[in-house]
Design a binder for this molecule. Sequence first.
Ligand SMILES: Nc1ncnc2c1ncn2[C@@H]1O[C@H](COP(=O)(O)OP(=O)(O)O)[C@@H](O)[C@H]1O
Ligand SMILES: CC(=O)N[C@@H](CCC(=O)OP(=O)(O)O)C(=O)O
Length: 262
Amino acid sequence: MEPVYVIKIGGNIIDDAQKLAAFLEAFAALPGKKVLVHGGGKLATRIGDALGIPQQLVDGRRITDPETLKVVTMVYAGYINKNIVAGLYAAGCPAIGLSGTDGDAIRAHKRAAKGAVDYGFAGDVDAVNLDLLSTQLDSGLSVVLAPITHDGNGQLLNTNADTIAQETAKALAARFDVHLVYSFEKSGVLRDADDDASLIASITPASYDQLKTDGSVHSGMIPKLDNAFAALRSGVREVLIGKAEDLPQLVQGRTGTRIVHE
Ligand SMILES: Nc1ncnc2c1ncn2[C@@H]1O[C@H](COP(=O)(O)OP(=O)(O)O)[C@@H](O)[C@H]1O
Ligand SMILES: CC(=O)N[C@@H](CCC(=O)OP(=O)(O)O)C(=O)O
C-alpha cells in the first residue's frame, strides 16, 4: 500500500512563528502524501481569557461552553488553520485547510457528562470521511485539519487534536500504509518531563503502565499515548513521538520515541 504521513503539530510550536515556519519547511520537504493535524489550545486559552471567558481543562480536555465553542472555532478553524495553509504555500507545498465540518470531513457526537464533569460541546469522533481525504491527497494537496467537528444536525463540536490525528490515521489505514507522528517541543516521551536528554526510545503497553504508575508520564502526555496505542491497535503501521524541530529524522525513526505492540 502507498504510504501516508499523518503528522500532529504541538501547541508550543504553533505559538512560535520562527519554529512554525521551520516546521512547515520541513513538512513541505517530505515526499508523498501527507496530512497535518493541529490544535492550538494555548492560543485559545489566551484569547478566551482576554475576552473575559474563563477557560478550564479537565484531563487535557477543554470544558467547552457555548461562548468557548465560538472562541475555539475562530481560533482553530480560522486563524491557525489558514495561517498554516499560507505558510505551506510559502514553503512550496500545495495544501487545503479543512475543519471537520468542511466536506463532512469528521462527524462526532457530543460527549456525555462524566459524573460531575460536563465537557459541554466537546465531541467524540464517529467517522472520518476517507473518500474526501483520499480525493484531496490524490489531487496533490496536503490536508491541514483543524480540531472542530460537527454532529450532522448543525452542532459544532470541539475535539482534542491528538484524537483527531489518531482517528484520521485509523480511517486512512483502510487504504494506505499510515505513519502517525506526534511532533511537539520535546525530544519524545521522557523519563523526566523536564530533562530532554532522558528520552525513552520505545514504549510498550506494559512499560506505559509502569511510567504512569511512577508518575514519569502525566498531563497532556497521557491522552497522547492513549491515542498512540489506539492507532496501533487500529492498523496504523507506525507511531512516533518526538521533536518538531527534528521532523526529517523523526519520520525516519532515527530519533524520538517509538510506540510498539507488546
Ligand atoms: N514523560 C513525559 N515526556 C514528555 N512530556 C511529558 C511527559 N509527561 C508529561 N509531559 C507533558 O506533556 C506535554 C505534551 O502534551 P500536550 O501539551 O497536550 O501536547 P501538544 O503540545 O502536542 O498539544 C509536554 O509539554 C509535557 O509538559
Ligand atoms: C475538547 C478539547 O479539549 N479540544 C482541544 C482542541 C485543541 C487541542 O487539542 O490543541 P493542542 O493539540 O494544542 O493541545 C482544546 O480545545 O484544547
